[in-house]
Structures are given as structure tokens and as C-alpha cells.
Design a protein around this ligand. Structure first.
Ligand code: FRU
Length: 547
């Protein structure tokens, strides 16, 4: 391993079953410089200081590395970490990383972690020239486990550089397999000189219950690479709140700070409102919203001003809607003068129900949303060095006629590559779309019936269908096949479809509704077929990779 510009080695490793594991660092002459014992069964994050432009060897003894990278270089926000092959500890250059990511199931232009599990986007913000995306991360495996905060930065919201992991679970959790927890979801508020982060610390039994402890902390950063120690800001729960009490999302209006938390009051999912004169001392002002539907808790709430109205948002934990869709997320739109939001309209955030825990932030007047592409129907196919979880395309939000519209940010369209077709047709098909990463735009003069097959893998299929005024995503031959993922539109005049390996994202009528659905296709070749009852304008482009 050659360090080049970097001065730090970070390895996430665990000992082989029942053994004491070690990591050894050797210099170029083969002398052992460090020997680190892997203390925890799970959750060893080893950091070693190195010299720049030097050669080292890493040896694992009775140990296995899940993730390894070089960090600690001056321009790391621009350059990103240097990812190491965990078998050889050699550096991956851009071309090698591109090939590493180029598997049938991994998205090519949606954000994915280097490896393993991610969930919610956290701490979204723009600070000094970069967009920052933090996220819930388990670097050790392709399943949820004790939570870390991963981090990436981007100049354009599209091309991301992976950055060092930021937060790890509390030490007590790493040493005790009976409990779980870690650095749960949270948000960021970027000022001129520093960014404040708010998050939940969770510790509790494997099954959540009244022994579960969730409290809120904050930390600050001036460079997005070093962070102040976390300080507890909210521990006391309102009397009638459940043990679900988490995911602080902070915002600022004029000179006043507010923060919302997801919880459940007297058995009803709720968003709790806190206010602060200085962004560090928080007072509970009461519920912003209490949901009537039976849901365990609202998770990852949000609250913001959008084109003159207030919008609250939240993810519904453990809830099936009337169509059998699991864990949908909702917007509540209305007026607010302090206290409870007076809701005038509600709608789903995404009709596909594979978009969860969405978070928004504002930059230069744009309210941008990113959601976690979740897999609530357990359709994941585990592959070696695979990633499990990704982020939706960044969506710009607007309010039109009291309804939230979500459209991919304009930067996404720069990813369009080769135009494969542009014309009119009512029966169009294209087999073997190399890379299975493409964009289709369909425009209809009059709303009509159509079926667009967006992916096929043997007998398995995913389609966008418009039939008798109902527009929906439908799968065949996979676990979600019983469910119609129905959009909240009366008619379809325009459909924009983004296919990216295992992910399909659909935007209808310039953002009137958005739907995200997974479809694991074992081939890197995609296909598209349209049959419509009327002549349709069709544009089909391949999409570039972001890695
Ligand atoms: C939502 C969520 C959050 C929590 C985090 C833990 O997906 O359950 O409420 O903070 O994930 O990873």
C-alpha cells in the first residue's frame, strides 16, 4: 500500500469467530510498526497514523476487514478517501473503483456507500462550496446493525466523494451483544462559519421497548472533517411520549431556532416541536402534529417553509396503507403560527414505498429532498462487496395548488448520455440497453392507457401502467407483486423514468408525484418496451455513471 497524499489508515474489522484477531502494520522492510488487537466481536474501527508517500504492508491475523481506506489529506473534500481493496490493501484508483461498483445490482448514478448497509440520509447541508450527505451506516455488513454516520461530499449534488466515517456507536454497545444502538439519524444547520449537527443516541435491548433509551445530542464542525464532542441537549421526554423519541431535524426562521422530533403521543404517531433562542438550549412547545392513523411512531420528521406554506413530513413506522404498501412517508401542508400545524392537505412523499426517511435542506432558494431507497419487501440479493441501500436522486420541491411537487434537480439531466431514440410511437421497444442505466421521457397529448415495461429478468418484470385513470408501478414474479403502487395523479401527461440497475424512479407530470421501486435485475443489460393506446412522444437516453 502506497500512501501518496494520505496520512491515515482506517480499517473496519472483526476477529474470526472465537479467535483473538490482530491487525499488523509493517514498513517496507517488513518490520512490524503496530500490532492492534481487535477488542470487540463486532465494531473495531482501527485508525493508524502513517507517513505520506510511503509504502506499508497490512496483515490481518485471524481477522476480516469489511472496509478500509486512507484518509487525512489536505484536500480530502475534493479528492475523497482512497479506498483500499480489503483483501490486498492496495489502493483502488478511479478506474478500479468504477469496475468495483459495476455490478448488476448496484446503482450507477444514485449514491451508494463503498460497501454494506446504509439507511437514512442525515445532516444534509451545503457548506463552503460542498453539499454534504451523512448517512446511517453499518460498515460491517449488509444488514442493519449498530449505527455509524457515513459521510460524502459533492460540488454538484450528483458526483459524490466518499469521506471518512464520522460517528460510531457508544463503546458500551460494542462490548455487549445483548444491546444495540449507536448514532441514529439527525440533521445539520449550516451557518457562515460553522455547522451544527443534531442527532439521536440510542441504546437499548435488541427488541425496542421501555428499556430503550433515546436522547438528543449536538456537535459542531468548522471544516466538516473534525467535530466537537457531542453534547446532550434533550433527554427528558414529554410525559405521554413513547420510547420512540428521535431524529432531530433543526431549522431556523428569522432569529429563532426550532427542532422537530419523531415520536408517539398516547399511542398516536406524532411530530414534537422544540424551540430555542440560541440553537443549544431547547424547550418543548408541544406537538406540531398528531397523526390519526395507527402507526408505531413517526420517524425522521421534517418541517419547512415551501412557497408560502408550511410543510411537515414524516416516515410512518410499521404501517401498511390501504393498498398493502409498507412504511410510506407523508407530507402535511398548511398554516403555522406556532403551536400545532393547521393541516390543509396531506399526500404521500413517494408512491413506490421504497423511499423512506427523506430529509430536506435549503440552498440558494432550492428546497432539496433526498430519501433512502429502502427494501421493505426484502427483495435484496446479497453479493460479495455489495451495497445494500442507496439514496434517491435529489429532488427539488415546490408547492403548486397546495400540492408538493418533486422533480429531480436540474443537475441530474446532465447525466444523460447517448440518445437511443427520440420520436413518436405507440409501440416501441428497445432490448439490450447496455448498462441498464437509462432515462425515458414519455409525453402524451391526451391521457391514454399505456404499459411501459422498465425491466425484465426471466419471468420477473416491473412496469409503469396507466389504465382507466389509474397510474401505478407493478412488479411480477417478485415479493412485492401483490401490490399496486398507485400514484396520486388523476391522469398522466408526462412520465420521466430513471432506471439505474436495481432502482426505478418515476416522476409524473413534472413532479406531481414521484415513485421509487426496487427491481433486482441479474443482468447489466436493460430493456424498455412501451405499448400505448395513442401515439406517444418518446425520448430514451443512456445515463452516465457518477463513479
Ligand atoms: C429510520 C430509522 C430512524 C433511526 C434510524 C436508525 O429508518 O429507524 O428513526 O434514527 O433509522 O438507523
Amino acid at each position: 500500500m502506497y500512501t501518496g497524499h494520505y496520512e491515515c489508515l482506517e480499517i473496519f474489522a472483526r476477529p474470526a469467530c472465537g479467535k483473538k484477531g490482530y491487525i499488523e502494520l509493517l514498513d517496507e522492510n517488513g518490520s512490524v510498526l503496530h500490532q492492534k488487537e481487535l477488542k470487540h466481536i463486532y465494531g473495531n474501527w482501527i485508525r493508524l497514523q502513517l507517513k505520506k508517500e510511503s509504502t506499508y504492508e497490512v496483515r490481518l491475523r485471524d481477522a476480516e476487514a469489511a472496509l478500509a481506506y486512507l484518509s487525512g489529506c489536505e484536500d480530502i473534500l475534493e479528492r475523497g478517501i482512497c479506498i483500499l481493496d480489503t483483501r490486498t490493501f492496495s489502493e483502488m484508483d478511479a478506474q478500479q473503483y468504477h469496475s468495483f461498483c459495476d455490478t448488476p445490482y448496484r446503482e450507477q448514478y444514485h449514491f451508494t456507500p463503498v460497501v454494506n448497509w446504509i439507511n437514512d440520509p442525515n445532516g444534509l447541508c451545503w457548506f463552503r462550496g460542498y453539499y454534504h450527505l451523512f448517512y446511517q451506516y453499518n460498515p460491517f455488513g449488509q444488514e442493519w446493525n449498530n449505527m455509524y454516520w457515513g459521510h460524502a461530499a459533492s460540488r454538484d449534488l450528483i458526483h459524490w466523494k466518499h469521506l471518512p466515517v464520522v460517528l460510531e456507536p457508544q463503546e458500551e454497545i460494542l462490548d455487549n451483544p445483548v444491546i444495540k444502538g449507536g448514532a441514529f439519524s439527525g440533521s445539520a444547520l449550516a451557518g457562515e462559519d460553522e455547522v451544527c449537527f443534531y442527532l439521536t443516541r440510542h441504546v437499548g435491548p435488541q427488541e425496542d421497548g421501555w428499556d430503550t433509551v433515546q436522547y438528543q445530542t449536538m456537535m459542531k464542525s468548522r471544516d466538516m472533517l473534525s467535530f466537537t464532542p457531542e453534547k446532550e441537549i434533550i433527554r427528558e421526554k414529554p410525559e405521554n411520549a413513547s420510547f420512540d423519541f428521535r431524529d432531530p431535524k433543526a431549522g431556523k426562521y428569522k432569529d429563532h431556532w426550532y427542532l422537530v422530533l419523531g415520536s408517539c403521543l398516547d399511542g398516536k404517531g406524532a411530530i414534537l416541536l422544540y424551540e430555542s433562542p440560541d440553537n443549544e438550549h431547547w424547550n418543548y412547545s408541544g406537538p406540531l402534529l398528531v397523526e390519526k392513523e395507527p402507526i408505531r411512531t413517526i420517524e425522521c420528521p421534517d418541517f419547512f417553509l415551501l412557497d408560502g406554506k408550511y410543510v411537515a413530513a414524516g416516515a410512518w413506522m410499521d404501517h401498511y396503507d390501504g393498498q398493502g404498501r409498507f412504511q410510506m412517508s407523508r407530507y402535511y401542508i398548511g398554516d403555522w403560527q406556532g403551536g400545532e400545524l393547521s393541516v390543509e392537505k396531506e399526500q404521500w412523499i413517494d408512491f413506490g414505498s421504497n423511499c423512506y426517511a427523506a430529509q430536506t435542506f435549503c440552498h440558494e432558494g432550492r428546497r432539496i429532498l433526498i430519501g433512502w431507497i429502502s427494501d421493505f419487501y426484502h427483495e435484496h440479493v446479497k453479493t460479495e462487496q455489495g451495497a445494500y441501500g442507496s439514496m434517491t436522486l435529489p429532488r427539488e420541491l415546490h408547492l403548486k395548488d397546495g400540492h408538493v411537487y418533486a422533480q429531480p434537480v436540474k443537475e441530474v439531466y446532465d447525466l444523460r448520455d447517448e440518445c437511443l431514440y427520440c420520436g413518436e410511437s405507440s409501440d416501441f421497444s428497445r432490448e439490450s440497453i447496455g448498462g441498464n442505466q437509462y432515462y425515458v421521457k414519455l409525453e402524451f397529448d391526451n391521457p391514454c392507457n399505456f404499459r411501459a415495461v422498465l425491466g425484465r429478468d426471466g419471468e420477473k418484470e416491473i412496469s409503469l401502467i396507466s389504465s382507466s385513470g389509474k397510474v401505478f408501478l407493478k412488479t411480477k414474479g417478485v415479493k412485492s407483486e401483490e401490490i399496486d403502487f398507485t400514484a396520486q395523479v388523476k391522469e398522466c401527461r408526462k412520465a420521466e423514468i430513471f432506471v439505474d440497475r436495481r432502482t426505478v424512479e418515476v416522476y409524473l407530470n413534472d413532479g406531481e408525484d414521484a415513485g421509487t421501486k426496487l427491481f433486482y435485475n441479474s443482468s447489466r443489460e436493460g430493456s424498455f418496451r412501451l405499448t400505448a393506446s395513442e401515439l406517444t412522444r418518446v425520448e430514451l437516453y443512456t445515463m452516465k455513471s457518477i463513479w
